[in-house]
Design a protein around this ligand. Structure first.
Ligand code: EPS
Length: 361
């Protein structure tokens, strides 16, 4: 038993869609809590004017009755309000009438750093828009909705997940103002912490089950993320073994560690300490002062596409990475504790905690 997530949606198409399967029946979902995360994702200093058009809300089309999951696939929808400006350009069916609004002319100037060129080459696309629409980080809205559902499930077993931007680069308002003035963009780093994770989520048995590998894949799967570390990650490479590992001690709360350089994971398995995941985001690739590119139509040198853009989306990444970590932890918890009813899931967790010499701190 695990959770599965399928998503669909283009940035300026009608809507983003997620189907979450594998939830137990009886989990209470709170519309306001999901939408609070959607709003957090839209905030942050340095976001694009697009965020003044969108006010993300979640609609549920299936899997929920009177706020409780039915144990059937949960269908979530986040509409793109901007679609009203793209109804001709992004019409799913051949559009009627004369071209009007946005997206009517093919994009042929790929942006370095975006999926534009590789996507167009891979799929044989004459209009780069056919690649960039799905590659866009707009898509992360529906992942955040699914992550909010995962957080509700984790909350039932005492796990809390929180992401924050590290106060540097694209999360420093003064640096964002300076970059905006220079018509440039910034990246930055975010950190996600999960508290209350019991020892034993994930497995050392197969590499695809290792919790660290799964968290890294989930976070690297977010647009613009180029690096991930667990715990002290890259810094551990420069330490001696005697300095790098977290000694095991025991007190009235059971077995635990006084340091957490491993970031809560050893051998691909959670060890009962806080899970710490950090991600590095590259600067966003849509530049108001564009880099060199080539016009795919003429083959001539040209400047890359210029569109409205965020100067920085690091604070949004903190929310999206939080959702990704929550999602992976919820999957690992479903695998460990199973259950068709929420009570079965929580009951298995309680029984397990009686067996292991550990309490949440
Ligand atoms: C994005 C480009 C911008 C961002 C978008 C991600 O969109 P647009 O081309 O419509 O101005 O605003 O992010 C969002 C819309 C969002 O909701 O996060 C990109 O190319 O990745």
């Amino acid at each position: 038993m695990t959770l599965e997530l399928a998503t669909a949606g283009e940035s300026h198409g009608p809507a983003l869609v997620a189907i979450v399967s594998g939830l137990p029946a009886g989990l209470v979902l709170d519309k306001d809590a999901i939408e609070a995360d959607l709003r957090r994702r839209q905030q942050g200093y340095g976001r694009s004017p697009r965020q003044q058009i969108e006010t993300d809300e979640v609609e549920v089309l299936a899997g929920l009755r009177h706020g409780r999951t039915l144990g059937t696939p949960l269908a979530l929808v986040v509409r793109n309000r901007d679609h009203k400006n793209w109804t001709w350009g992004m019409s799913p069916w051949p559009p009627d009438g004369e071209p009007e609004g946005k997206g009517t002319k093919p994009v042929t100037l790929p942006r370095p750093g975006h999926a534009d060129l590789a996507g167009a080459q891979k799929h044989g696309l004459a209009d780069v828009r056919d690649a960039l629409e799905r590659a866009s980080a707009r898509h992360t809205a529906v992942y955040v909705a699914a992550g909010a559902v995962a957080k509700a499930l984790l909350g039932e077993i005492g796990i809390e997940v929180a992401g924050q931007a590290l106060p540097e680069a694209g999360a420093d308002p003064a640096a964002v103002d300076e970059a905006r003035q220079d018509r440039d963009t910034l990246g930055g780093r975010v950190e996600v912490r999960a508290r209350g994770v019991p020892p034993g989520l994930g497995s050392y048995v197969r590499r695809e089950d290792r919790l660290d590998a799964r968290l890294a894949a989930a976070v690297l799967g977010i647009q613009a993320v180029k690096g991930v570390e667990i715990g002290d990650g890259f810094a551990l490479a420069g330490l001696r073994g005697s300095e790098a590992h977290d000694e095991i001690v025991r007190d009235e709360g059971g077995l635990h560690r006084e340091t957490n350089r491993a970031g809560g994971i050893e051998g691909g398995v959670s060890n009962g300490e806080e899970i710490v995941v950090r991600a590095a985001m590259k600067p966003l690739p849509t530049l108001m002062r564009p880099l060199r590119s080539v016009d795919l139509d003429t083959g001539e040198a040209a400047d890359a596409l210029v569109e409205r853009s965020d100067v920085s989306a690091v604070e949004a990444l903190a929310v999206v990475a939080e959702a990704a970590v929550a999602w992976e932890l919820a999957c690992a918890a479903r695998e460990k504790f199973g259950g068709d009813a929420l009570g079965d899931f929580v009951g298995a967790w309680r029984a397990y905690l009686e067996r292991v010499d550990w309490t949440a701190r």
